[in-house]
Design a protein around this ligand. Structure first.
Ligand code: NAD
Length: 482
């Protein structure tokens, strides 16, 4: 089944930070892919704007290298030259005057206009100011901002204030690329497009929910940034929180931006503060062949966590009594992200104790492959009595949708949504602030207690305390990459 491609309107997309790592690895390849699929109309312009001394030609060369290095580029190489004709470049200084008049002169007033702030948040204020000073903001102009959106509630409020003094909230698109993942949107389709699950989607039938975002990589070249951030700020406050919201939220009345975001916000506000004994922090140790976290961030005293596991509670009618367990970390056994909805055991087994305990489990897998699996209990085949067995009822999208099914990268989907003017999959200002308001006391508690993260073996399941967090309650994490 080939998905329908609806072209967006003619646009000017300006990428501030257009020579940076994010533009090279994600934004330009995503635009190229959409161009190849015919979603970007001829005549649209993508203008890189950054400090580097580049011409249009050298920027096109940079973009060519970037799109050809992308995973599925080989199937589209014939279209690279046509794509490059959309690209332009302006050397600009976000904090000075250089380049602004040149950029302004390039823009058309009668097309969609979007400014992608792919730069550090310290430049948001300057960019917002200069865009206004040079009268480049029209009523339907869109601003795209990347994470990190602050490092605590105070800084997030300051960023929101800087943006809201220049733009209406309907113009601001805060990216959390997890929301652009096909399976994350499928979570909403499965929940709200089927009669099957929603009646069971509550504490009466669900024992617990676990959300894992495991990475095999270490901090890589981001050591300096990561040492000041840690897993709580870098992953839990945004990505895991968003996954939790979509899993726990009430059905919105409509699939529209404010209806969806209102429901997500209610979930965050219903989160109880986390008890210290429901929190585990970890830091990966060195092995014979790999550096430990402290070497990676070049800080032998670092007390920053590369791993977090926690138990939390959404205190409302639907979820009272069903715990949510979240865990994320670097240098774990494998790259593996998933949401597990673990249903309760049947109230009584008619098959007797030898049949064992069995329960259903819905597994929504985000990485490395996307798909949904429902574990159901069946009779073990054979004449040997009534023994039970759990088997997966597999909803592999690739199989169900056929070989031509396309699973676009999250950035492809999200950038097209920006150009279409659809904010449903972007975080609203109050959502981000509520998430920080829940996260801040956790981090402040660690700081007040001079907490030192527990070391864990690289390429393991994380610290033993994370296992105990669930085992103490008769539950267990699904094994990473099982
Ligand atoms: P980077 O350091 O690779 O690139 C920064 C870009 O900003 C460069 O193009 C540089 O020329 C430009 N720039 C810096 N100062 C400028 C100035 N005064 N005027 C004009 N341009 C200036 O950064 P990146 O990795 O591309 O990240 C960009 C933003 O996206 C950051 O906020 C980062 O936290 C966020 N982000 C990055 C990733 C990623 O995978 N790289 C992922 C998520 C979020």
């Amino acid at each position: 089944m080939v998905s329908r491609i609806i072209p967006v309107d003619l646009f000017d997309l300006i990428i501030f930070g257009g020579t940076g790592d994010l533009a090279r690895r994600k934004i330009l390849p995503a635009l190229f892919k959409r161009f190849c699929d015919g979603q970007i109309p001829q005549g649209s312009r993508i203008i890189g704007a950054a400090r580097s001394d580049m011409t249009m030609q050298t920027y096109q060369d940079f973009a060519k290298e970037a799109v050809l290095a992308a995973d599925d580029a080989p199937s589209h190489t014939a279209k690279v030259d046509a794509f490059l004709t959309c690209l332009d470049y302006v050397k600009i200084d976000a904090m000075g005057e250089e380049g602004w008049d040149v950029l302004s002169a390039k823009l058309d007033t009668d097309r969609v206009r979007a400014f992608y702030f792919s730069v550090g948040p310290n430049l948001f204020d300057d960019l917002a100011d200069r865009l206004h000073l040079h009268k480049m903001v029209q009523d339907d102009t869109r601003i795209v901002v990347e994470k990190p959106f602050g490092r605590d509630l105070i800084s997030a409020k300051a960023l929101n204030k800087a943006l809201s003094s220049r733009f209406d909230e309907t113009q601001v698109y805060r990216i959390d690329h997890y929301l652009g993942k096909e399976t994350v949107q499928n979570l909403m389709a499965v929940r709200f497009g089927n009669m099957l699950f929603e009646p069971l989607w509550n504490s009466q039938y669900i024992d617990h929910i676990q959300i894992t975002v495991a990475e095999e990589v270490g901090v890589g070249g981001r050591g300096a940034y990561y040492d000041k951030s840690g897993a709580m700020r870098d992953m839990v406050q945004n990505h895991l929180m968003q996954l939790l919201c979509l899993t726990a939220m009430e059905p919105p009345a409509k699939f529209d931006p404010d209806a969806v975001r209102d429901e997500k916000l209610k979930v965050i506000r219903a989160l109880e503060p986390v008890e210290p004994h429901h929190l585990v922090r970890g830091q990966y140790a060195e092995t014979a062949s790999t550096q430990g976290f402290r070497e990676d961030v070049e800080n032998p005293q670092s007390k920053t966590e590369s791993f977090v596991a926690l138990k939390c509670a959404v205190q409302n009618w639907r979820w009272a009594g069903t715990p949510f367990y979240l865990r994320t970390g670097k240098r774990l056994k494998a790259r593996d992200s998933e949401i597990i909805v673990a249903f309760k055991n049947t109230p009584h087994s008619i098959f007797g104790p030898e049949a064992g305990q069995h329960s259903n489990e819905l597994r929504i897998q985000l990485q490395p492959d996307e798909g949904i699996t429902l574990k159901v209990t069946i009779k073990e085949p054979g004449p040997g009595g009534m023994r039970l067995l759990d088997v997966p009822l597999d909803m592999s999208f690739a199989e169900a949708l056929g070989p031509d099914a396309d699973t676009p990268d999250a950035y492809e989907r999200l950038i097209m949504d920006v150009l279409r003017g659809n904010q449903t999959l972007f975080m609203r200002n109050d959502e981000v602030e509520a998430a920080w308001a829940w996260t801040d006391p956790i981090i402040q508690g660690w700081e007040a207690r001079f907490d030192v993260p527990k070391p864990y073996d690289a390429f393991s399941e994380g610290p033993i305390d994370a296992m105990l967090l669930m085992q103490r309650e008769g539950r267990e994490w699904r094994k990473i990459a099982e």
